[in-house]
Design a protein around this ligand. Structure first.
Ligand code: AKG
Ligand code: FE2
Length: 273
């Protein structure tokens, strides 16, 4: 696999827990990703694979269903389409592009292994959280996330909010000793985080962007989706979580596929609940 082309700003990564790579993807590549999304919506009933969508995010109607079964109006509210990377090489070309993989490889100290991807068309409005609550890596901190802007993002269309330096907060340990979320203990988790933010005087900052800008965050960085104030304004984005390949050498080996600039998991699509 390719060698490192340009060293990342390790100091900023260590201090803030995220990196911003402006203009990593051309307007043409963003337009192609957006055209693919339109095409998928138009052809969703004919899809070969059981792709799922989480529709009406952060509302009482929120649910997972087969994308093929999604009504047209599910496209009008925040949603995410899961794991398009699995069946669409064009998505893999973006999320394992050599320019992005080079950065991920330096941050992970090893090859990236894509474990999921999410396509959004609007802001997620998701409450602040840490991704290791839901996908703890086998080796501490060896999870990174890329967030590719496919639209302009400003204060009106629900930018991601980042808490600089929050990745340095010692991980909260649930009663079983782990860092993975235990549903009944989330109030205690949120209280702990709130106190830590106060002590460290950490305030959230929005990630405003142009199409093609990429944000990369640390496994332990606190982040969320802010409120949408202009419901008509799209905020298309492609979010990918990567583990480090070497940590899964003896896991998922049947599912692991090689790509010119990294690896990805060819998992079964998560069925609707
Ligand atoms: O896009 C967003 O608003 C947040 C997405 C997120 O937190 C995630 O995918 O882990
Ligand atoms: Fe997240």
């Amino acid at each position: 696999m390719s060698n490192v082309s340009e060293p990342v700003n390790q100091q900023q990564w260590q201090q803030d827990g995220y990196l911003i790579l402006r203009g990593l993807f051309s307007p043409e590549r963003c337009a192609a990703a957006n055209a693919l999304l339109d095409e998928l919506w138009q052809q969703r009933t004919d899809l070969e694979h059981p792709i799922t969508i989480d529709a009406w995010l952060e509302s009482a109607q929120s649910r997972r269903m087969l994308f093929a079964d999604a009504p047209d109006d599910a496209r009008l509210s925040p949603y995410k389409i899961n794991d398009l990377y699995r069946d669409f090489p064009a998505i893999r070309q973006l999320i394992l592009d050599p320019s992005l993989s080079d950065v991920l490889r330096q941050l992970l100290d090893g090859n990236p292994l894509v474990c999921n991807s999410l396509n959004f068309e609007f802001g997620s409005q998701q409450a602040s959280h840490i991704d290791t609550l839901y996908m703890p890596p086998r080796v501490d901190n060896k999870l990174v996330v890329s967030w590719i802007a496919l639209d302009e993002v400003d204060d009106s269309n629900g930018p991601v909010q980042l808490y600089p330096g929050s990745h340095l907060i010692p991980p909260y340990r649930f009663s079983n000793g782990g860092i993975k979320a235990v549903g009944a203990e989330m109030d205690a988790f949120n209280n702990y985080i709130r106190e830590q933010l106060q002590q460290r005087d950490i305030k959230p900052v929005p990630f405003t962007a142009e199409p093609g800008d990429v944000l990369i965050w640390h496994a332990q960085l606190l982040h969320g989706g802010s409120a949408i104030t202009d419901a008509d304004k799209t905020r298309r984005s492609l979010v990918t979580h990567y583990f480090r390949q070497q940590d899964y050498r003896h896991h998922f080996w049947r599912l692991r596929k090689e790509h010119p600039h990294g690896y990805y998991l060819h998992r079964r699509h998560a069925p609707p609940n």
